[in-house]
Design a protein around this ligand. Structure first.
Ligand code: FPP
Length: 259
């Protein structure tokens, strides 16, 4: 794989992807929607593999939203089947390459068999340190924030948390993504200019990259293009150009906070 134009010293630490366009890919070819998802699964494999090779530390994939439960039963079933198959097929590779699997979302809604397989892979890969793959399953940003608010209310009610102790770090830590750095780059395939209830809190300072390429066609070349584009951005976290020139690291470490 040629990595032309990519600066290995300025890689995003965390890439998050809204994988969209499987259905359109199928419609364009007069195939069943499931075919697009099946091919989309291959894109998942390719992008995880490439991320590992180039040294991306965190890769988050929006695989199934809370809204996706409203799709036709056969499509939901097929997606769950593909997910389970992916987990079973990839576990050995995750171990071989030091990949840790995490899941964000309300996994209690997943079919029991899928949940068991998922939890098995999460447990088996828990000590892997080279890279973390975060699957967003039955996830939505609002649901994440709602569940966090409920936890917060319970802790305050029980006297375990003082309102003054609540700051941005506290909230970040209580979300499903607690302990995971915010995404530096958010990629969306298939051209739609929206966030679709994915990470809401977490993408405050993420660079956005939208490509018309449909997810089943999003492979090495398209990913490389997104990463090179990211490296051409000037991240200011709300500061001025002069501040960045004087003290670039301080701005990055502040992560965009005002003080
Ligand atoms: C969006 O396409 C994609 C999804 C709803 C699911 C993503 C699932 C996969 C890539 C397959 C397996 C996943 C894993 C993790 C192995 P869409 O159906 O909304 O496309 P459309 O907008 O063109 O209809």
């Amino acid at each position: 794989m040629e990595l032309d134009g990519l600066d290995k010293n300025r890689l995003p630490q965390h890439v998050a992807i809204i994988m969209d366009g499987n259905g359109r890919w199928s419609t364009q070819r007069r195939k069943h929607r499931i075919e697009g998802h099946r091919r989309g699964k291959t894109s998942v494999r390719v992008i995880v593999e490439m991320s590992r090779k180039i040294g991306i530390r965190y890769l988050s994939l929006y695989a199934f939203s809370t809204e996706n439960w409203f799709r036709p039963d056969d499509e939901v079933e097929a997606l769950m089947g593909l997910l389970e198959h992916y987990l079973v097929a990839e576990q050995a590779k995750m171990m071989r390459y030091g990949i840790r699997l995490l899941c964000v979302g309300d996994r209690s809604r997943l079919p029991v068999a899928v949940r068991r397989t998922l939890e098995g892979v999460i447990e088996t890969t828990a000590n892997n340190q080279r890279m973390t793959v975060v699957l967003a399953l039955s996830y939505s940003g609002r649901d994440d924030i709602t569940r966090m608010a409920r936890k917060l209310a319970q802790q305050v009610k029980a006297g375990q948390c003082q309102p003054e102790a609540i700051d941005e770090q506290w909230i970040s830590a209580q979300l499903d993504t607690g302990g995971i750095p915010d995404p530096d780059l958010l990629i969306r395939t298939s051209g739609e200019m929206r966030i679709s209830n994915f990470f809401l809190w977490q993408i405050a300072y993420s660079e956005l990259y939208v490509t018309p390429t449909l997810w089943p066609d999003f492979r090495e070349k398209e990913y490389l293009q997104a990463l090179v584009d990211f490296q051409q951005r000037r991240r200011r976290f709300g500061r001025t150009d002069e501040q960045i020139e004087q003290s670039p690291l301080a701005v990055v470490e502040a992560g965009g906070r005002k003080s």
